[in-house]
Ligand binder design. Structure first.
Ligand SMILES: [Zn+2]
Length: 219
């Protein structure tokens, strides 16, 4: 128990299974990584990027934090983004939120948990920006679901505003920023129709985020 032996045992089995299909898998992977995707998702243990997309090691570059936020002063996420776009030349940057996100719910309820309250002020900012749309939804669950969706929209906007994405587009590099949401209750991803491929499309994100409220208004 002290050394978590079961995790090492499972790791050995996992590596054996992959090698059974492709004996050179790890040898080839050790030479280089050429992922096409950067995933920015929530740290929630129920939202594992590789498993839910069916991707193998080497296929997807991953950054996760609580509530899948892209904060312009966060050197960690910006460094991941810069390396992925400039060096790895990923073609797609995906922000994936999820319904029932504890970070979003805590921010909406004004719960206090310590240091993380400051991080979640970024979610509070999302609410402040879309307050009239959020408050127009009567059902608590629907309101929370909508908040999870517009939080993704805001992070897509934040990504597109970074010098990293703007410079990439400016030099003609093809990189698309996508906004997705994942449902823990059925294991399915949903595209929020937020696929931004050039700077002129960024202004439209706000309206898309407002329109996402429509299905919730009569609930
Ligand atoms: Zn979450």
């Amino acid at each position: 128990m002290k050394r978590l032996e079961h995790l090492f045992k499972q790791n050995q089995e996992w590596a054996e299974n992959i090698k059974a299909d492709n004996p050179d898998f790890f040898t080839n992977l050790a030479a280089q990584q050429t992922p096409e995707y950067l995933w920015i998702g929530c740290s929630d243990s129920r939202v594992p990027a590789n498993q839910l997309t069916g991707l193998l090691p080497g296929d997807i570059f991953v950054h996760r934090n609580v509530a899948n936020l892209v904060v312009h002063t966060d050197v960690n996420s910006l460094s991941v983004l810069q390396y992925a776009v400039d060096v790895l030349q990923v073609k797609h940057v995906i922000v994936c939120g999820h319904y029932g996100c504890g970070g979003i719910l805590a921010a909406m309820r004004g719960e206090t948990s310590g240091l993380i309250d400051n991080w979640l002020l970024n979610v509070q900012d999302v609410y402040d920006k879309y307050q009239s749309q959020v408050d127009a939804i009567e059902d608590d669950g629907a309101r929370a679901d909508y908040m999870c969706e517009i939080n993704v929209a805001e992070q897509v906007t934040n990504l597109c505003k970074t010098s990293i994405i703007r410079d990439a587009w400016g030099r003609g590099q093809q990189v698309a920023v996508h906004g997705w949401i994942y449902s823990i209750s059925d294991g399915l991803l949903r595209d929020l129709d937020l696929c931004i491929e050039k700077s002129t499309e960024v202004a439209g994100i706000h309206q898309t985020a407002c329109d996402l409220a429509k299905p919730y208004l009569n609930k």
